[in-house]
Design a protein around this ligand. Structure first.
Ligand code: 3PG
Ligand code: MG
Length: 399
């Protein structure tokens, strides 16, 4: 790989130098309290940050959180993340209340060697996500002024052509952080020559989000197991009624076509947990996938499906899983996701969990993270990597 790494930068010496680190601290927050519900992405960037502080760098961290519209929006402040990051690092994190303004300038200027600053949400600035090269470039100039070198450790954002990901590295000496490096190493094992059988499990709500990766994976995989909200569009394509389950009507034809071309590799649920309403306490029971009552909504895969998927996973040597099998946030509809996650955890295979939601599910269900080969911090990013797309953040590091 033609990418320089954090070790290369450390070998040059970073003591007293300002190092700008793009992290993906886009953690899920509780809708009511705003509390961080899963700090996996903060933990994932610690090795890079600790290596830099340990070597005496002045570390300036930047990230996005959520999707604010290019202006400050308190519900998306990184303030709480700064607190959690400080706890995990065991050192105070100096928080700038703006991204490139007066607060950021004085915070960065005051940093001592080995100290860490976090800038406020990158997306409070329209330049971060702008489609206009000049507007993005102007914002990148301001960010680049805070660093003598740039480290990209935001794997979850490498698929975004944003100023902090794509334009800053063109302005500073740049390297890949430990997390980005590990993610790319693992995912390249899946796109290279994965040990067979290679089984992929896909879930999540929308077929339209996963279409490109299904197309890219079909020729490569031995089995493709489909659950989650997206399975209902496939069931419809098989001619079944799906009641009031999630359905992308305009994708039915595409799914029919995929099923025809899949040479029997695609496996769909044979039973689903159907409920009266989308609610944690809704009345529900297990019904055959070809017999979903018209007023009911499918919220999880059923036990027979879990058993069938487990049988298909048995003996696999490589497994990639992206997307929950049901509404796992509600305990009544978490059995499918739990069953599949536990099966994958026990498999004698190289196992990769991709995506914000599936990674969060692993932790929310209390499963042992170390029983998986790798838990990716990137949802969209890992899928686009597997699709074989050029990722702007990776390409920028190669130049
Ligand atoms: C993610 O959560 O997938 C990454 O942080 C990227 O966020 P985005 O989809 O809002 O660009
Ligand atoms: Mg995303």
């Amino acid at each position: 790989m033609s990418i320089r790494t954090l070790d290369d930068l450390l070998a040059e010496g970073v003591s007293g130098r300002r190092v700008l680190v793009r992290a993906d601290l886009n953690v899920p927050l509780d809708k009511q309290t705003g509390a961080i519900t899963d700090d996996g992405r903060i933990r994932a960037v610690l090795p890079t940050l600790s290596a830099l502080t340990g070597a005496g760098a002045k570390v300036v961290v930047c990230s996005h959180l959520g999707r604010p519209k290019g202006a400050p929006d308190p519900q998306f402040s990184l303030g709480p993340v700064a607190g959690r990051l400080g706890e995990l690092l065991g050192t105070r994190v100096h928080f700038a209340t703006d991204t490139v303004g007066e607060s950021a300038r004085s915070t960065v200027d005051a940093l001592a060697d080995g100290e860490v600053a976090l800038l406020e949400n990158l997306r409070f600035n329209a330049g971060e996500t702008s489609k206009d090269d000049a507007e993005r470039g102007a914002f990148a100039d301001q960010l680049a002024a805070f660093g003598d070198a740039y480290v990209d450790d935001a794997f979850g954002a490498v698929h975004r052509k944003h100023a902090s990901v794509h334009d800053v590295p063109a302005r500073l000496p740049h390297v890949a952080g430990r997390l980005v490096l590990r993610e790319v190493e693992v995912l390249s094992r899946l796109t290279g020559e994965p040990e067979r059988p290679y089984v992929v499990v896909l879930g999540g709500s929308k077929v339209s989000d996963k279409l490109a990766v299904i197309e890219a994976l079909l020729p490569t995989v031995d089995r493709l197991l489909i659950g989650g909200g997206m399975c209902f569009t496939f069931l419809k394509a098989q001619g079944h009624e799906v009641g009031s389950s999630l359905l992308e009507e305009e994708m039915v034809e595409t799914c029919r076509n995929l099923l025809e071309r899949s040479e029997g590799k695609i496996m769909l649920p044979v039973d689903v947990v159907a409920a009266d309403a989308f609610a944690p306490d809704a009345a529900h029971d297990t019904v055959p996938a070809d017999g979903i009552p018209s007023k009911r909504v499918g919220l999880d895969i059923g036990p027979e499906t879990v058993a069938g998927f487990a049988a298909a996973l048995k003996g696999a040597r490589t497994i990639f899983w992206n997307g929950p099998m049901g509404v796992f946030e509600m305990p009544a509809f978490a059995h499918g996701t739990r069953g599949i996650a536990e099966t994958i955890a026990k498999a004698d295979a190289f196992t990769v969990v991709g995506g914000g939601d599936s990674a969060a599910a692993v932790r929310a269900l209390g499963l042992d993270e170390s029983s998986f080969g790798h838990i990716s911090t990137g949802g969209g990013a890992s899928l686009e990597y597997l699709e074989g797309k050029t990722l702007p953040g990776i390409a920028a590091l190669e130049n």
